[in-house]
Design a protein around this ligand. Sequence first.
Ligand SMILES: Nc1nc2c(ncn2[C@@H]2O[C@H](COP(=O)(O)OP(=O)(O)OP(=O)(O)O)[C@@H](O)[C@H]2O)c(=O)[nH]1
Ligand SMILES: [Mg+2]
Length: 384
Amino acid sequence: MRTLILPIGPPGAGKSTLTNGLQQFMTAIARPCSTANFDPANDNITYNAAFDVRELVNVEEVMEREELGPNGGVLWAMEEVEANFDWLEQQLDQCEETIVLDPPGQPELMVHHMALPRILQRLERAGYRIVVVQLLDSVVLTRPSLYLSSLLLCVRGMLHLPYPVVNVLTKIDNLKAVGGADLPFNLDFYTEVQDLQHLLPVLSAEQHSTGGGGGEKWERLNEALVSLVEDFGLVAFETLAVEDRQGMASLLKAIDRASGYVFAGARATDEEGRTLDDEASVWAQAMSEQWAGKMDVRDVQERWIERKEEYDEVERGQWEEEARLAGALPEQSAASVVKKHAEERGAEFVGDEDEDELVAEQRKWEAEREKGGGGGGTKVVRKG
Ligand SMILES: Nc1nc2c(ncn2[C@@H]2O[C@H](COP(=O)(O)OP(=O)(O)OP(=O)(O)O)[C@@H](O)[C@H]2O)c(=O)[nH]1
Ligand SMILES: [Mg+2]
């Protein structure tokens, strides 16, 4: 059975970048994978596309012929794809077992236009296992109202495309630069979406300060929206910095788990060692404690917000070491690079100059944690 991964999300959320990142990552782990451009307006394909929807329909031609604007042109083009479903099936037939389709960013496609849901329905009937990866730029965390409206957008997307979904906050590496260090809550508050009532006071404060609402009616509306999202418990987020290998591995695991790919092929056994049937096998493995699925969001907070500069420096050292090993830099140990950077900053270098710098850093943070001074996740959702 083939798996179809469909990243969706507003323009600029990172769909094409993720498509490229997934291709690179799967190629690196020798997993057969195809990527394809499904955006009739995309004229800058950075990945190695197995096929390009513009071979069938090109948005510029549609706009000229049908006298439509760019949005109308894309919607029209998707209907053209639906009308030529056989063409799409033939293209997909030639792809590998895992396929990433890079679609356009027009929100209409994910909210009310029916061409994409109908295409996916037909693909599902044809035997494709579909998983939707719903992307949101993590900048939405920096304004409570933007975060709340993004949650509603996620719910809307899930209703329109009723397939297993993985919601993802993208560009997490950029969050600190756009105000991520001053958020009123830790990252797990935003990713787990479980204590949304805490958002109400900051939402209200924002609305008062911008003059965009306020008053009893608004507060009641906010409460109703927050309850709607929270009570159904449908939304939670993974995080992603596309260049971070660990984050990419964690996301691919989440996608595999949602699609069922991770369970296909392998068969669990019962206590006597008898092979379980498919359904029981899937269930047994889903419940298996050995299945390591997710990167801890507290580590993400530490990596990308609280200790971003330190980690960046360690990574730089690591890359230099890799380059050195590849013969690109003069002989120099990686740890000595880290030591040099630490000295330049007037910071203490903890570790052995010959020791791997990641091990040294790990040792340092573990020591701090034991002393109770480590960064990372606090249990309290509200800071300060
Ligand atoms: N820092 C950072 N930038 C990213 C990341 N992912 C995407 N970007 C940048 O975000 C911008 C938009 O990314 P795209 O992948 O083109 O977004 P898209 O969703 O395909 O956009 P449309 O096709 O226009 O709908 C590009 O400049 C990317 O380099 C990330 O993880 N980190
Ligand atoms: Mg794109």
